[in-house]
Write a protein that binds this ligand. Structure first.
Ligand SMILES: [Zn+2]
Length: 438
């Protein structure tokens, strides 16, 4: 990553002659660390690394860089947490140490980067916008996906979408971004860059019980303190109530949108009656929307406990939709359906979808239309079994016929309680708020 490579260059210049004793060099570098706790912890780590295996030159070379990053940390709790990981690593048996070393060091460095970027300790973050953009494109798969979509060479959904709205080239996109003096594109990209490291850490390590409490503390003590009072309170409530970390890259989300988010989660919990499951991370990344995107989209990655949204609520366009509900639907659906997966079930699902679609396509269209779903979304619903379910729950489910609901539940294994969730009251508020331009 950008900041790493530059910092690393400073600590271990290329001018070091390879014949110099790397162990001595590392020890000398560590003596320059001012913080006594950090210095001692990393010295112990260096000694342990040397004692375990002398062929670890590459590993040793990284130790002073990581130590320097840890020394830069502002928050005492984060520093304490990181040092406890290092100190514990030093006490591991030799064979275990070798296995654990790389993973633990990546976590330590990643968390230190998250905190230092958040607190603007790396000045490179303030470099020119084009390099942010390139960095993001390399490191942010979500953004890369958006850009590929813009090139109209993605799946049917986006092709259709971009076909009917404005299609712009990579260069036009870059120009819009660089020259957007009237909007907050630069701010959003900067914030996206700041959040990206944290998202990476949270996604990769939250499932590990050793790291989960550390990530929780970082989120509660450092991450959400960067927001204003109202939003901070909502994010903190959501974390306490549902154990979800909300990472809102879009700097322009208003209070009502956060209330909408909180209300939507409440509805799922209430109507799910303990059956509702929630992701660990809701990543709201709206970089593309600022450039005039007219339709919302999101993705669910069950494996990483994460939902990604291109914006919170996009029904202020003519294309009505509710991306959060759609993705929560997928998330709950995957967790439920995972219980049934076997070879036979897979084949059966495949044939049952195609046969039913062939027979009932027109009836399904009518049902969805009646529930207020746009033609755009109806077309998308017919592309896959999972999408039929996720799109169907976005509409006014009280309008569906009993036979349609029965089909979704019995044939396609949608959990029945999801169909009882009423419309989110804040959805209307946000819509009118944005319509009037406030
Ligand atoms: Zn979907």
């Amino acid at each position: 990553m950008l900041v790493n490579s530059i910092l690393r260059y400073k600590v271990i210049p290329h001018s070091i002659n390879k014949s110099l004793n790397i162990v001595e060099t590392v020890r000398k570098k560590l003596n320059l660390i001012n913080d006594a706790d950090v210095r001692e912890s990393f010295k112990n780590l260096c000694e342990k690394t040397v004692s375990v295996n002398l062929n670890v030159k590459d590993r040793l070379a990284d130790i002073p860089t990581v130590a320097q990053k840890v020394e830069m940390l502002e928050h005492p709790q984060t520093k304490k947490d990181i040092l406890s990981v290092i100190n514990k690593l030093c006490t591991e048996k030799n064979d275990k140490f070798n296995v654990l070393y790389a993973g633990k060091m990546q976590f330590v460095e990643g968390l230190a980067d998250s905190s230092n970027i958040l607190n603007e300790k790396y000045t490179n973050v303030k470099s020119n916008p084009v390099s942010y953009y390139r960095w993001l494109k390399r490191n942010n798969y979500w953004l890369a996906d958006v850009i590929e979509g813009r090139l109209a060479d993605c799946n049917h959904y986006r092709k259709h979408e971009y076909g009917r709205s404005k299609l712009i080239s990579y260069h036009q996109y870059l120009n819009l971004f660089v020259n957007a003096s009237n909007s907050n594109i630069k701010g959003t990209f900067e914030k996206s860059l700041r959040d990206e490291q944290f998202k990476k850490i949270a996604c990769c390590y939250y499932c590990n019980p050793e790291y989960a409490p550390i990530i929780d503390r970082f989120y509660n003590n450092e991450y959400i303190t960067k927001f204003g009072n109202n939003i901070r309170q909502i994010l903190s409530d959501i974390k306490n109530e549902y154990n979800i970390m909300v990472v809102p890259t879009n700097a322009s989300l208003c209070d009502t949108e956060y209330q909408y988010l909180k209300e939507e989660l409440r509805l799922w919990k209430e109507y799910g009656n303990r059956k509702a499951v929630f992701p660990s991370i809701i990543d709201i990344n709206a970089t593309d929307n600022i450039l005039g995107q007219t339709h919302s989209f999101g993705s669910t990655s069950y494996l990483y406990n994460r939902i990604r949204l291109s914006g919170l609520l996009f029904d202020y366009t003519d294309l009505k939709g509710d991306t959060l509900r759609h993705e929560l639907g997928h998330y709950n659906d995957i967790s439920y359906e995972n219980k049934y997966i076997n070879w036979f079930e897979k084949k059966f699902r495949y044939f049952s979808w195609h046969i039913n679609k062939f027979v009932y396509k027109y009836k399904w269209r009518k049902e969805m239309k009646n529930a207020g779903i746009s033609n755009f979304d109806i077309n998308y619903a017919l592309t896959a079994r999972q999408e039929l379910k996720a799109i169907s729950i976005e509409g006014d489910t009280s309008k569906y016929s009993e036979s349609y609901k029965k089909m979704l539940v019995k044939k396609f294994k949608l959990q029945d309680w999801i169909l009882n969730i009423p419309q989110n009251i804040y959805k209307v508020c946000v819509k009118s708020l944005i319509d009037t331009g406030n």
